[in-house]
Design a protein around this ligand. Sequence first.
Ligand SMILES: CC(C)(COP(=O)(O)OP(=O)(O)OC[C@H]1O[C@@H](n2cnc3c(N)ncnc32)[C@H](O)[C@@H]1OP(=O)(O)O)[C@@H](O)C(=O)NCCC(=O)NCCS
Length: 141
Amino acid sequence: MIQPTTAAEAPALAALHASAFPPEEAWSADALVLMLEMPGAYGFWQPGAGLVLARVAADEAEILTIGVAPAARRQGLGAVLLRAALTRALAQGASTMFLEVAADNIAALALYTGLGFTAAGRRRHYYGQGRDALVLRWPAS
Ligand SMILES: CC(C)(COP(=O)(O)OP(=O)(O)OC[C@H]1O[C@@H](n2cnc3c(N)ncnc32)[C@H](O)[C@@H]1OP(=O)(O)O)[C@@H](O)C(=O)NCCC(=O)NCCS
């Protein structure tokens, strides 16, 4: 079962983030607190399994991060978290959601496109080692 996150859970969220992402991309507890304290920010998680953080600003929302621990992948949790973030964004008045994803992140791209996100742009060399980012948006147009 997923539940809303709070800044008080930042240490556990950071441990979970570190399990889902490579070391150079892991967010510290302090960074997660800063994210969660931004206006319009919110998150959901399943402790020990997966998390999503997102933010709404006026009629636009963005996914700040989403990750599922390796042992919990391919069981639908990523889709549940993304749907929850999108549903909350719509409830808060957003009509569009954006996210950035490495162009070579096959798993994440499959998750996003499966839920109706489509490519809206490309940021060249956005990530290290010359990797491009794709900007995806929901809905398609
Ligand atoms: C991307 C990520 C969040 C997906 O989480 P997940 O819980 O495994 O995703 P789900 O089980 O909900 O998968 C939903 C759909 O996404 C696609 N998908 C997920 N993982 C996939 C993979 N490894 N290869 C291909 N398609 C994949 C499938 O279409 C899947 O549906 P299916 O299992 O019915 O075929 C997870 O792989 C992850 O945390 N990766 C590392 C962190 C990361 O890259 N985050 C995104 C940064 S932008």
